[in-house]
Design a protein around this ligand. Structure first.
Ligand SMILES: Cc1cc2nc3c(=O)[nH]c(=O)nc-3n(C[C@H](O)[C@H](O)[C@H](O)COP(=O)(O)OP(=O)(O)OC[C@H]3O[C@@H](n4cnc5c(N)ncnc54)[C@H](O)[C@@H]3O)c2cc1C
Length: 511
């Protein structure tokens, strides 16, 4: 049992050499911590021997208490805890802090198995968060151990969706005891949502998105023996992969790529020459699914990191842990068996995964907004200015209203599209969902930018500070444009959505 103290006893430890404080009902001895407190000794001396609850939560997230739990020496006798301490896997009870089913509302889409899965997955993500944020800050790529931990839990495959989960090597179990057959697109939403809680968008791009956009080209189009080799390596995190389409000359306009692949005289291999730009995960990739120009069109090749292939880092607004790379192919020899799909029909391969890529981005964007809204809601209750809590200011409540309603509207559309995906073949999805997914992404990233903007105003200076209370908000305001440009920019998404609708427009309809 932990030691108990009275508040009078705590008050006797109020000097630099003997410094205790109380937070809620927990007593901390900070004598040894004072030297390493990033804010210095002064703020600690303001609360030495006293109740520091309000000061603490006015400046720090609860995760700081959890991290420095070793300084806790006991509790206040006969007092009841007022503040809930987060435990790994806990769901939030802050209004709108989780999607509605996970807050006790009815849903046609989820059941208790999804709750089980989310909690189990959240525990895994919580256990990786500190490490992930270190990679994000240092710009190092994730260690093999980190990616292999994800692989061990089946999460590299889960990040690619139900089809990839069914291809997992034997012996790998999904979190929460969910079976491979149960895992559908609603479980997949949870996967992408939970990863946003790492607050490490660069790292997540390097480890997860790079894989999610590249490996499907192998799953769908590689020769069986290539698949048999590459899938187990990549799904267990032993090898990494990237998708290399964009070039300095051409981004949105994929058809204009200039990288060439010329068949050798004996027809045994291609010789690839050219450059690719902004390739996520490229710095760390072992395999590159690469768009090339062959004699009569575009083809896709699976290219190993081999002689003549070089990668250089490109610095972007998020962490270099994303592995964003400039890739050079200088007479790279690629066996013909590495052709993905049919020669000159690579466009089909390129297009095959666009819808799913956009779905992933929708899940991430929606939850990133939700996470930030939850933090703003909490902050507005904790922060006092001019003698009032922020939440007591109508203008702040108005901002929260806009953030919540925009985010929930988008999320409801996402869930509707997910339901359609669960009940349609890939072919039907390609016909019926390409347009709506594009429009949903267009509006989702508009929403994300608006939420990031309002969140900044609510957090103030902390929203511009990379550590501390505003970390998630600072991250979102710095990185929200990534989803507005990658995977099809807003302009392209809006246009595609309307053009798709025009394709199926009834010829006999009149106003
Ligand atoms: C960090 C990062 C990671 C990336 N990762 C990868 C990756 O892993 N693999 C890969 O292959 N590529 C990757 N890309 C490239 C990305 O897909 C392209 O940036 C994107 O396709 C847009 O191309 P662009 O930047 O050349 O813009 P451009 O095509 O030059 O377009 C510039 C602007 O004009 C607008 N525009 C273009 N055409 C039209 C039109 N017809 N009508 C109206 N507006 C239009 C666009 O919306 C855009 O805002 C990445 C890019 C970045 C920045």
């Amino acid at each position: 049992m932990s030691k108990t103290f009275t508040r009078e006893e705590v008050a006797r430890h109020a000097s630099e050499s003997d410094l205790w404080i109380v937070i809620d009902t927990d007593v901390y001895d900070l004598t040894d911590f004072a030297d390493i407190h990033p804010g210095g000794l002064f703020p600690l001396m303001q609360v030495a021997g006293k109740d520091a609850t309000s000061d603490f939560y006015g400046m720090h997230k609860q995760e700081v208490l959890i991290k420095f739990n070793r300084y806790k020496i006991g509790t206040i006798a006969n007092e009841k805890r007022q503040i809930h301490m987060y435990e790994a896997g806990d769901l939030s009870n802050v209004p709108f802090g989780e999607s509605s089913y996970f807050m006790g509302y009815r849903s046609p889409y989820y059941n208790e198995r999804h709750v089980q899965f989310r909690k189990a997955m959240r525990k895994i993500v919580d256990s990786l968060k500190e490490q992930a944020q270190e990679y994000e800050a240092s710009g190092e790529g994730a260690s093999d151990e980190f990616t292999q931990t994800l692989g061990k839990h089946g999460l590299l495959a889960a990040n690619l969706g139900p089809d990839a989960v069914r291809l997992l090597p034997p012996g790998i179990e999904l979190p929460g005891g969910i079976t491979r057959d149960e895992f559908d697109y609603f479980y997949e939403i949870i996967v992408h949502e939970e990863f946003t809680r790492l607050v490490a968008p660069g790292l997540c791009t390097g480890v997860l998105s790079a894989l999610a956009i590249s490996l499907p080209t192998v799953i769908l189009y590689a020769k069986p023996h290539i698949k048999a080799k590459v899938l187990p390596e990549v799904l267990t995190g032993k090898k990494r992969m990237a998708l290399a389409i964009t070039e300095p000359y051409t981004g949105s306009d994929v058809a204009n790529i200039k990288t060439t692949a010329k068949l050798s005289a004996d027809g045994s291999h291609y010789i690839v020459n050219g450059v690719k730009k902004w390739i996520s995960g490229g710095r760390f990739a072992d395999y590159f699914s690469t768009a090339v120009r062959t004699d009569k069109g575009i083809s896709m090749l699976l290219i190993d990191r081999s002689e003549g292939l070089e990668t250089k880092a490109i610095k972007t607004s998020y962490s270099q842990a994303a592995g964003t790379a400039y890739v050079t192919f200088d007479n790279v020899k690629v066996p013909v068996e590495n052709l993905l799909g049919v020669e000159n029909e690579g466009f089909k391969v390129v297009l095959s995964n666009f819808n799913h890529e956009r779905f992933i981005m929708l899940c991430g964007a929606s939850m990133s907004a939700r996470n930030v809204i939850r933090e703003c809601f909490l902050w507005a209750h904790q922060r006092k200015v001019f003698g009032k809590r922020l939440i007591d200011q109508p203008v702040i409540r108005n901002k929260l209203a806009r953030m919540i309603s925009q985010m929930e509207a988008q999320h409801a559309w996402l869930e509707n599209l997910t339901f359609q995906m669960n009940h349609m073949s890939h072919k039907e999805q390609a016909i019926k969902l390409a347009g709506p997914l594009a429009l949903c992404k267009f509006q989702m990233t508009r929403m994300l930018q608006s939420v990031a903007d309002d969140a900044c105003q609510i957090l103030g200076g902390r929203a511009l500070t990379q550590t501390g209370m505003g970390r998630s908000i600072e991250t979102l305001q710095r990185t929200n444009k990534f989803s507005a440009i990658l995977g099809g920019s807003e302009e392209i998404m809006a246009d595609l959505g309307v053009r798709q609708a025009m394709k199926y427009f009834p010829r006999d309809a009149r106003l």
